[in-house]
Write a protein that binds this ligand. Structure first.
Ligand code: NAD
Length: 349
């Protein structure tokens, strides 16, 4: 396999897990480009930065000169594009950074790839996106697939949808060998504590209230981050340029189901008679909160032989142990700006 993989957002939750997997499984060289926003943390990959196979560049995908320069300095054969503003709640509070990073940043990368890639060769521009671009499903609707219409509801989802459309236009207009993946909710190690699974694990462990939006019956299709990264590696190496693949966990569960499962794991781990479910507090629902997402991943299963390996109930005990065992990292990520964010959103703990 020749060339360098440019991994944007590789110091984030999924990007960091992906860099680890790609290094182990695909033996590639990578340049990780990440601005280290509040969500980025080099601690996720710093043990991999010995200079030989992974180079880290702190920089912003909104800077077209920097992005072009990276393509000029390296023979980039694949772009795995994770970098984004990702938290729906923050997109409701302030959508501007979502627009500039998720849309304009993506355009900068597409333009740099278009200028640098004279022949397709083994080139791939993999745009990592979300199932939230498809909006909400009713309880009886068929799951999303590659032909689902776009109906984004949150500012976050709208910016990801815009980027998906732009990627599509660059592949159809300029012939860029681009692939889009739309994936469901991820959980696993190294996720920022603002997201539901780590938030609930840490609050339950610390005996703090467990804030649940509305009735908590919003259904998501939960996918272990390692399964997602395996799917992305399969798409990056064997996927067909020009295609879209939806990726899901075959695990439709309500938020409340997941919270209950986490509480039970925490209680078992503590083993002192704690009943964490008593800490659940229903708070005002998120505006425009989608009721259900679900994924029909038959295409990637058929074409690339990928299937999720984890089910949430079986995987969550290890995930809970990971957060409890990595309190140093967790506390560092939760310090500073996050304290203020948490208090504004949920009040004092
Ligand atoms: P994350 O918030 O944990 O990480 C995002 C990373 O991007 C961070 O390291 C951050 O520093 C970096 N970044 C942000 N703005 C940047 C900029 N302007 N320039 C350079 N770097 C910047 O996100 P995640 O959960 O790992 O998600 C990664 C990607 O996967 C996103 O594109 C997201 O839309 C997509 N996705 C996420 C999920 C999920 O459940 N988390 C599901 C489907 C798709």
């Amino acid at each position: 396999m020749s060339g360098v993989w440019l991994v944007t957002g590789g110091a984030g939750f999924i990007g960091g897990n992906f860099v680890r997997l790609a290094l182990r499984e695909a033996g590639v060289r990578m340049v990780v480009l990440d601005a280290l926003t509040y969500a980025g943390d080099l601690g996720r990959i710093d043990d991999l930065l010995d200079g030989s196979r992974v180079e880290f560049v702190r920089g912003d995908i909104r800077d077209p000169g920097l992005v072009r320069e990276l393509f000029a300095r390296h023979e980039v054969s694949k772009v795995i594009h994770f970098a984004a503003e990702t938290h729906v709640d923050r997109s409701i509070d302030g959508p501007r950074d979502f627009i500039s990073t998720n849309i304009e940043g993506t355009v900068n990368l597409l333009e740099a790839a278009r200028a640098a890639w004279r022949d397709d060769g083994d080139k791939v521009f993999l745009h990592v996106s979300t199932d939230e671009v498809f909006g909400a499903l009713g309880l009886d609707d068929a799951p999303f697939d590659e032909g689902s219409p776009y109906r984004p509801n949150s500012p976050y989802a709208a910016t990801k949808a815009a980027a998906d459309h732009i990627v599509r236009a660059w592949r159809n207009t300029y012939g860029l060998p681009a692939i889009v993946t739309n994936c469901s909710n991820n959980y696993g190690a190294w996720q920022h504590p603002e997201k539901l699974v780590p938030l609930i694990i840490l609050n339950a462990w610390e005996g703090r209230e467990l804030p649940i939006y509305g009735d908590g019956l919003q259904v998501r299709d939960w996918l272990h981050v390692e399964d997602h990264c395996e799917a992305l590696l399969a798409v990056a190496t064997r996927g067909r340029p020009g295609e879209t693949y939806v990726i899901g966990g075959a695990a439709e569960r309500s938020n409340l189901d997941i919270v209950h499962a986490i509480c039970d794991c925490v209680d078992r781990l503590k083993g002192d008679g704690t009943a964490s479910r008593a800490l659940i507090r229903h708070v005002a629902d998120r505006p425009g909160h989608d009721r259900r997402y679900a994924i029909n991943f038959a295409k990637i299963a058929r074409e690339l032989g990928w299937r999720p390996r984890h089910a949430p109930e079986a995987a969550l005990p290890e995930v809970v142990r990971w957060y409890v065992g990595n309190k140093g990292w967790v506390d560092r990520v939760r310090s500073g700006e996050y304290q203020e964010y948490y208090q504004n959103r949920y009040g004092a703990p």
